[in-house]
Design a protein around this ligand. Structure first.
Ligand code: CUA
Length: 324
């Protein structure tokens, strides 16, 4: 094997294994559903490797043996046993097991209901506490209590999307005009990255979201804070926000801003990311986003505010960050 091939193979293995960890991986499972999928995958992989090895072993054996010495009975046994009976048994067992875990994956939630709507290119996230018809409106971040099964309703705006947080569970399509559902039971608190998994337009790859799993008590405290109106400080940033008409698209509860076209910004500063999972929640990122969102996320409907001075952008970003 030449050096170049060896380097290429090494790079391939490295690239392939780089996808096996981190916050957006089926292999770093933090939820009951993902663990189950993980187990299914492992069993299938080990089974496939064993079958591949035995088949190749058999192949080597027959090619090194002179023909004619195998009895007809044995040959028929190999064909019927290995070609019909074995696959039938293995595939039936795998199919039955695969089907048997589906009811668990689709089990109804036991309290909280979250309605997530795929937009271009962000997520509407509405929380319905048990017994409540009034949602707590949020966006671009999903928070879930550990140890509970949460019912997830999935909707879509104009185009199809797919909701997927690999560390927590499987993926489900979001289809305009229809409501699909799934449920998730996170186990380990932490941050799991989700990604839109169905091509939805220019910025499909830039449509992500963090799922933050909290202990049950911490989640209850968070939901209560999220339900409260914004505690926005008075100041220049606020004046710029309303002067520029931002409130026509964005809502900030507790202020006159009540737009529903864009993401709700009531507690924007408390989220872990900006622009649906693609930017850190930091001043510089916020400034560049407001100045020219299209340059960061092609196809986004938010216009550029490049006409604002650097000082104005800073003031606006500071005010938005203070919305905790
Ligand atoms: Cu939304 Cu792809």
């Amino acid at each position: 094997m030449g050096d170049r091939y060896r380097a290429g193979l090494g790079l391939l293995i490295l690239t392939a294994s780089a996808g096996c960890g981190g916050p957006q991986s089926v292999f770093s499972a933090g939820g009951a559903d993902a663990l189950q999928i993980n187990r299914l995958f492992t069993v299938m992989l080990v089974g496939a490797v064993l079958l591949w090895l035995s088949l190749n072993g058999l192949f080597l054996y027959v090619t090194r043996r002179s023909p004619g010495r195998m009895s007809r009975k044995l040959a028929e046994g190999v064909i019927i046993g290995g070609g019909i009976v074995l696959p039938l048994v293995v595939l039936t067992a795998l199919l039955s097991w695969g089907l048997s875990i589906m009811p668990d994956q689709r089990a109804p939630g036991d309290g909280l209901r979250v309605r997530i709507t795929g937009e271009e290119f962000w997520w509407r996230v509405d929380y319905y506490a048990p017994g409540s018809q009034e949602p707590v409106v949020s966006a671009n971040e999903l928070r879930l209590p550990a140890g509970r099964r949460t019912e997830i309703e999935l909707l879509a705006g104009r185009v199809i999307h797919s909701f997927w947080v690999p560390g927590l569970g499987g993926k489900t399509d979001m289809i305009p005009g229809r409501t699909t559902r799934m449920s998730l039971e996170p186990v380990t608190p932490g941050i799991y990255r989700g990604q839109c998994a169905e091509f939805c337009g220019a910025s499909h790859a830039l449509m992500a979201m963090n799922a933050v799993v909290l202990e049950e008590a911490a989640f209850a405290r968070w939901l209560e804070a999220e339900a409260a109106p914004a505690r926005a400080p008075e100041g220049e940033g606020q004046a710029i926000f309303f002067r520029e008409g931002c409130g026509a698209c964005h809502a900030i509860r507790g202020t006159p801003a009540a737009g529903v076209v864009g993401p709700d910004l009531t507690h924007l500063g408390s989220r872990t990311t900006l622009a649906a999972g693609i930017l850190p929640m930091e001043r510089a990122a916020m400034v560049s986003w407001i100045a020219n969102a299209e340059a960061i996320k092609p196809g986004v409907r938010m216009p550029a505010y490049g006409h604002l001075s650097k000082a104005e952008l800073e003031a606006l970003a500071a005010w938005l960050e203070a919305l905790e």
